[in-house]
Design a protein around this ligand. Sequence first.
Ligand code: NAI
Length: 703
Amino acid sequence: MTLSASQCVRLERNGELALVVAHNPPVNTITAEVRAGLREVLDAIRSARDIRAIILMCEGSTFFSGADIGEFSGPPREVEYRTLFNAMEALEVPVIAAMHGTVMGGGLEIALASHYRIAAPTTRFALPEVTLGIIPGAGGTQRLPRLIGAERALDFIMSAKPVGAPQAMELGFLDQTIEGDLKTGACDYARSLLSAGKGPRRTGEMRVDPATASDEMFQRLSDQARKLYPNRSAGLVAVEAVRKAAHSSLSEGLEYETALVNERKTSVESRGAIHVFFAERESRRVPGLGDDIRAAPIKSAAVIGAGTMGGGIAICFANAGIPVTLLDANAAALERGLANVTRTYQSMVERGRLTAAEAGQREKLIRTTLDYGDLGDADVIIEAVFESMDLKREVFTKLDAVARRGAVLATNTSTLDIETIANATSRPADVIGMHFFSPANVMPLLEVVRTTHTSPVAIKTVMELAKPLRKTPVLAKVCYGFVGNRMMEGYAREAQRIVLEGATPRQVDSALEDWGMAMGILAVFDMAGIDVGVNVHRANASQYPPDPAYYQADVALHDAGRLGQKNGKGYYRYEAGKRARLDDPEAIEILRRKSRELNVPARAHSTEEIQERCLFPLMNEGFRILGEGIVMRAADIDVVWTSGYGFPRYRGGPMFHAEVIGLDTLLKGMRRYRDIFGPMHWEPAPLLVELVEKKMTIAEWES
Ligand code: NAI
């Protein structure tokens, strides 16, 4: 029987039990409306005399998945959350949170304010706030340590990673798992509590076990926070919040937590991470593609070329449950490709990501063929053969002959002109770039590249296909290098120039990694293969500035037979089978010889200079790309770099970061280095100059 109803929270009765059931699709975010519904239902519960226990649960795919991140930029809501959760905790009858799905942040915090916690066996739990630069702000830092001890609570908050139900029971914040129907199980559980005479068990009335909260532990976890989250302070602030829990009443602790979280929200680290969070959602939206443009359904796919990229792309489709045909030029290549696919699935099984049965099912979705005639059914065909214009045009001519009308014909090219590829077909409107990143089945970024002919339907189809493929799509127009690689040119050019000027590879990579890049660029070249970069630069020489030192560190190493990790020597030396970078005097000597040959003046480099010289050209190129209308919005550039190039999310991406340091600082920096190194590489982007002159922010310019 339904007693009281708001839009998204209702109260059901089952005898002496009251069930508070939320329904706020898709993931039961705790929006203002949900909070209002919960308040209304709590009032109804308080005035009903015959309720003996309360079950809090959600309909749909998950229990409350978290707070409404959209509210972060508005006025603080913590007090509202606190009042609501405290009111729930204060109820005179037992409150049981019955959970399923993915219970994150505020979703877990409401469960911590309940008196008992049960869950379906597949439920996952996380407090991911520190990765957003904040701390759990709805009681998480105060209630969790009361339940499971300070050390375990901090470990959990700091790791920010989800744990499964068995682990949650082991940690001690979950009382029981419920097999079968959750509602029935929850009612049985509630009745068993009542028959055992159990009443409310308020987390807030517990004390943090002092044995888990020593000064030594807090010191150790502070050190861990510095190591895990360099350049950031949310981890350290979480330590402070939990320390408070160990020494204060709940109400004092909650107030302290609120003050900390509100201070955190104004930090660059939090604003940057939240900017990226929303930028990733927004990047899928293409203004101008109205609702009348419908994406074509994708029921089957094909991939041409079973190499590094083709195999990974096929796995993406199989993971999405879309049957895919993999075609290569000969049987040996197909066999190699399929063996790589099998190895990838095996390793996913070994790492516990998939069961063997699931892996088997997915592998079965990948068919192989040597015959273009087998591609007639595919709704989308992605070409990933060698990077050669003649070869790609030949492949697209064949595809034109066999593909069904309306199929999307995509190329994974990194450097070739997609307009020219499209013109090899009689249907350029159906041709588009789908630029995946290696390993294609892992990296989330997908650059979607439209030509002047690509149809709105093809664009919409690919932007929507990104979702089942679990990719973050960014739409761009054709230009050399598209967004990511084009911005990488200047970044990597300077890194190479700096080693020619006398810095060691380690000095350069450490400066970049200390700043926050996931991996120094020279180490990236070693990993990707120095020959790969050299071949690209040789094949496209006409695209680059006439600078005799351009990418010559790569060339020097390459010509000395140093190809990177694959043969154990590149910018660094590697021991067989290991990835640890070892300094190598031989590499340094080769670089010195090259700089003498090219007459590159030696220079002493501060860490700051290395960071500026690599990052300023990167950001400057972002302003060119934006100014030329290659991307739809600046935030798309931030998505490219944070999801495809290891740019730290907590710095918000290159365009966000440019505004953090100040556009005038970037402009002055470009001019300062132009005075030293000349205008060839250091001319500020016209848009950057314009924004500084007009004292405009990027957002103002965009609107
Ligand atoms: P790869 O050399 O690993 O694989 C190329 C595959 O294409 C081989 O299996 C080859 O047998 C096959 N092939 C050659 N001619 C063919 C034909 N006529 N018909 C059918 N199959 C044919 O190359 P990789 O690295 O997978 O690159 C493929 C494409 O993806 C290139 O355009 C490359 O620029 C692009 N790309 C590569 C990335 C990388 O990191 N490797 C990243 C993003 C794009």
